[in-house]
Design a protein around this ligand. Structure first.
Ligand code: DON
Length: 319
């Protein structure tokens, strides 16, 4: 059971307190042994279930880490939030709300039934149906240009040039029948109007970018900071776009467990099947965790527990 919460005061505690808290959070959760490493993408099954990294980045660019914060892993579904931000910035609030939606499906991230139950609607950008449609809307007159738009955009969020994990990309492309079926189904409903096979390539590439918790925390801190990268000073997306992305992350970022997440943690978050989670404290900063064993909804077990602990200890719950 949790101790009494720290009440939010508007700022993060001083550096020495945060540093101490990150170390303590690592030690408290490193021995948790629940969860299963994803294996439906064969390459992901090679991950060490013991990996556990944490980074908190403030909205002014200070970073505090513990554990395996330099270990690279594929960003997977966490890319959905950032590609959505780039597309929102390009096409606008009303268009993305109408075409992609903002409501939770209550069903797993790759559910076909969710599409059928909602008369072909994609529902939201954080499940595969909405993410594939979002990716299909990326700017560029060739597929190469569209990839450059995603790669440059996500790299601008991170403040460094991100690279593709070729092994993960090849492994997912070989086993991607379900996503291809979802893209074709969306094409049949008129939501995807370009070649579904090329959309799958682009989407799988964005999922295969390598990041560390240090990258993810600073990507999240850019959203916490109104779209301005805390270190490079680049305005990556508009402040209104950052707000829109955070609201849809809050309602749908943790899939069918989004309500539990918001109830326990009280902040927008986004998970990926390689074991990453990014959580955003608007105006304050962002916490990133990485640990491969996942729960039934596909969210990292150590990540969920550690984020809950830090949310309470640092007074980050928005409510
Ligand atoms: O589409 C997929 O299956 C993966 N590339 C991403 C899924 C994912 O990260 C779900 N997250 N928890």
């Amino acid at each position: 059971h949790l101790e009494t919460d720290v009440v939010s005061t508007g700022d993060l505690p001083e550096a020495a307190v945060v540093e101490n808290m990150m170390q303590q959070t690592y030690e408290l959760h490193v021995d948790l042994s629940e969860g299963t490493v994803a294996s439906y993408i064969p390459k992901l099954a090679e991950a060490d279930p013991g990996w556990f990294g944490l980074t908190l980045a403030s909205a002014t660019g200070s970073r505090f880490s513990s554990g395996d914060s330099q270990q690279e892993f594929s960003i997977q579904s966490i890319a959905k939030a950032f590609v959505y931000a780039l597309v929102c910035d390009a096409v606008g609030h009303d268009e993305v709300r109408e075409r992609i939606g903002v409501n939770n499906t209550g069903l797993p991230f790759n559910s076909v039934m969710a599409i059928e139950l909602n008369e072909g609607h994609t529902m939201n950008p954080m499940v595969n149906a909405g993410a594939l449609t979002t990716t299909s809307l990326v700017s560029g007159s060739t597929w190469e240009e569209k990839w450059e738009f995603i790669l440059q955009g996500l790299s601008a969020f991170a403040g460094r040039d991100l690279e593709l994990d070729e092994g993960v990309y090849a492994s997912e492309m070989e086993t991607n029948m379900r996503n291809l079926s979802i893209a074709r189904l969306l094409q049949s409903y008129g939501h995807i109007t370009v070649d579904p096979a090329r959309v799958i390539e682009l989407y799988t590439r964005q999922c295969s970018l390598r990041v560390t918790t240090e990258d993810l925390a600073i990507m999240g801190a850019t959203l916490a900071n109104g779209g301005v990268h805390p270190i490079t000073g680049t305005q990556v997306v508009g402040a209104d776009v950052s707000r829109d992305v955070l609201s849809v992350m809050a309602s749908t970022g943790m899939y069918e467990a989004s309500g539990d997440w918001l109830f326990e943690i009280g902040m927008p978050g986004k998970s990926g099947v390689a074991g990453g989670i990014v959580t955003i404290a608007p105006g304050k900063g962002s916490l990133a965790t990485f640990s491969p064993p996942l729960d039934a909804a596909g969210n990292s077990v150590r990540g969920v527990h550690a984020t809950r602990h830090l949310s309470h200890k640092l007074g980050l719950n928005l409510f």
